[in-house]
Design a protein around this ligand. Structure first.
Ligand code: UD1
Length: 383
């Protein structure tokens, strides 16, 4: 049996890591019956967006890198498809595994489906019901053509049923990203990031807020972006904000001329976080450094999908700077609150947390570190 698994963008790497690990374990028992080929589409290519994750997560070097890089959605998706078709024709896999909702996910799934290759989609069924979000299109389409749909929560199962996906294709297995978080939590404590940022001992725990922001809906429109920044600047008067910024966001800050909102921190040149009234912007961080920053934060402000789930497991309050979420389980059971891009709400919910108001979360069902094992057991049985 031959399996090709696909990664492309930053949020894919931590999802595929436990799958590769399980394949290794199973191969030991099955005497290497499962041949595995790891394909990196090259959607993300910067050192901090890609390579550092391979190092932190002990991922093997990709067997094949399609090297597609950045482009418009159509061009990027098309380039991935052209290159991935060649890979499929050469490798003739029995199954491809795709994760999450990025352009690499749909591009490779679409290629495989036309070639009659079975598709497993990990993290199926999540829906924001917001078609203006590029990821939502990727989710709906990938699920429609997948053969094995592995879900993280009950609401995802329900979404798939409503879209007419037959019950026998849906497998509720838990959350592979949480597998990785639980596995690396202890190791992340050894990260030196807090020292590198110049935070002395008494400032290292619960004395900063952590921010990420990169959605086109938040950073591609100048007015929306400025409104969010004004609110954050206000919050930073009460608690310093640390902001590892996605390359897209850094580019928008320059092109909109918004530098005045930030204190620019460069870890390499030992410049420090300013704790007075500052949004401290730095380059994107590696997995372990970011995990360490999340675990020690007072709270997290984000427009990411995965971070809503990670903060729930870490029991750190999360304010989501979006109007909706495809991960409602983090609202119902976890520590997440939707605040959108409304400045008053961003400020008032931040103040609530600073005044000690804390949502008590519990751990969603099957987010127990064993999702990848369940997935591989199912696939071995079916293939
Ligand atoms: C992609 C995913 C998004 C995910 C995000 C996480 C899609 C549609 N979106 O968005 O769901 O939350 O990754 O990071 O797939 N860039 C670099 N270096 C890189 C990668 C990107 O400088 O290594 C810059 C380029 O200017 C590029 C821009 O970021 O044009 C956007 O990259 P792209 O891969 O198109 O989408 P993301 O915004 O990263």
């Amino acid at each position: 049996t031959k399996i090709v698994s696909v990664v492309g963008a930053r949020p894919n790497f931590m999802k595929i890591a436990p799958i590769i690990e399980q394949l290794k374990i199973k191969n030991k028992n099955l005497k290497a019956e499962l041949k595995h080929v790891l394909v990196h589409t090259g959607q993300h290519y910067d050192e901090e967006m890609s390579k550092s994750f391979f190092e932190d997560l002990n991922l093997p070097k990709p067997d094949i890198n399609l090297g597609v890089g950045s482009a418009s959605h159509a061009v990027q998706t098309a380039k991935i498809m052209i290159e991935f078709e060649k890979v499929c024709l050469r490798e003739r896999p029995d199954l491809i595994i795709v994760v999450g909702d990025v352009n690499s996910t749909i591009a490779c799934a679409l290629v495989a489906s036309k070639l009659g290759i079975k598709i497993a989609h990990i993290e199926a069924g999540l829906r924001s019901f917001d078609r203006a979000m590029p990821e939502e299109i990727n989710r709906v389409l990938t699920d429609a053509i997948s053969d094995y749909l592995f879900t993280t929560c009950e609401d995802a199962n329900e979404n798939l049923r409503k879209e007419g996906i037959p019950e026998e294709k849906i497998y509720f297995v838990g959350n592979v990203m949480i597998d990785t978080l639980l596995r690396y939590k202890e190791r992340a404590k050894k990260s030196k990031i807090l020292e590198k940022l110049g935070l002395n001992k008494d400032l290292q725990v619960r004395s900063y807020a952590l921010l990420t922001l990169h959605r086109p809906s938040n950073v591609d429109n100048r007015e929306t972006f400025i409104n969010i920044l004004k609110a954050l600047k206000n919050v930073s008067k009460k608690i310093p904000i640390i902001f590892p910024a996605h390359p897209r966001t850094q580019r928008q800050i320059k092109s909109f001329g918004l530098e005045k909102y930030f204190n620019f921190v460069n870890i390499e040149s030992n410049s420090c976080v300013n704790i007075e009234n500052s949004i401290n912007l730095l380059d994107p961080l590696s997995y372990l450094d970011f995990l360490n920053l999340m675990a020690n934060a007072k709270f997290v402000l984000t427009d990411s999908g995965g971070i809503q789930e990670e903060t729930t497991i870490l029991n750190i309050p999360c304010l989501t700077l979006r109007e909706n979420t495809e991960r409602p389980v983090t609202l119902k059971e976890g520590t997440n609150t939707i605040v959108g891009s409304n400045p008053e709400k961003i400020i008032s919910k931040s103040m609530d947390i600073l005044n000690g108001k804390k949502k008590i979360g519990r751990i969603p069902k099957l987010w127990d570190g064993k999702a990848a094992e369940r997935i591989i057991n199912i696939l071995i049985e079916k293939l």
